[in-house]
Design a protein around this ligand. Sequence first.
Ligand SMILES: Cc1cc2nc3c(=O)[nH]c(=O)nc-3n(C[C@H](O)[C@H](O)[C@H](O)COP(=O)(O)O)c2cc1C
Length: 184
Amino acid sequence: MENIMLIVGSLRKDSFNLQLAKEAEKYLKDKASVEIVDYSEVPLLNQDIEYPAPAKVKEIREKVKKADGIWFFTPEYNHFFPGVLKNLIDWLSRPISKTEGQVLTGKPAAISGISPGMSGTGIAQDHLVTLLSFLNMDIMNLPRLTIPNAMQQVNQDGKLELTTSAPYLTKQADAFLAFIRNRK
Ligand SMILES: Cc1cc2nc3c(=O)[nH]c(=O)nc-3n(C[C@H](O)[C@H](O)[C@H](O)COP(=O)(O)O)c2cc1C
């Protein structure tokens, strides 16, 4: 079974992107081993504390090493992806030690996002593609999932209830599994 790590670019407890990741987790749970990574305790990157890496960073690096693929769910903040996600990726981009390189190289990556606005996080995703490709990740560019007008698929309690976007999410999940398998 493939091991897929889900990383959500929002720390908000009712985050739509977290809810989207949970939908993906639900769909994938019989097909892959899936974990939504909690990185809320990862400190701001400061080279003064880089070596030895903070425990939480070490723990997430180990998970990334074991993962067959990473699926990002990102909000859009000012046409960019959020700083918390950049901070995590900056940590992961650093070599582990003088002999071990960074953990993202060659890792398959998928990208999705949901926003209340019209862009559906597309512009943020383009920036994320630029960063992940600089870090040599193996990005699945097709399909990517952009969900605009989130409120049309959110109920009165703020819960995401995917309607029109549901088939696109499952299609992307299946495509990512195939993408990973083709690279093994
Ligand atoms: C600092 C900031 C900037 C934002 N900029 C954008 C934006 O550029 N485009 C957009 O569609 N939504 C923007 N939003 C609204 C977010 O899409 C919205 O808050 C969304 O719910 C965040 O994702 P989450 O629900 O996963 O936390 C912004 C929100 C914040 C806090």
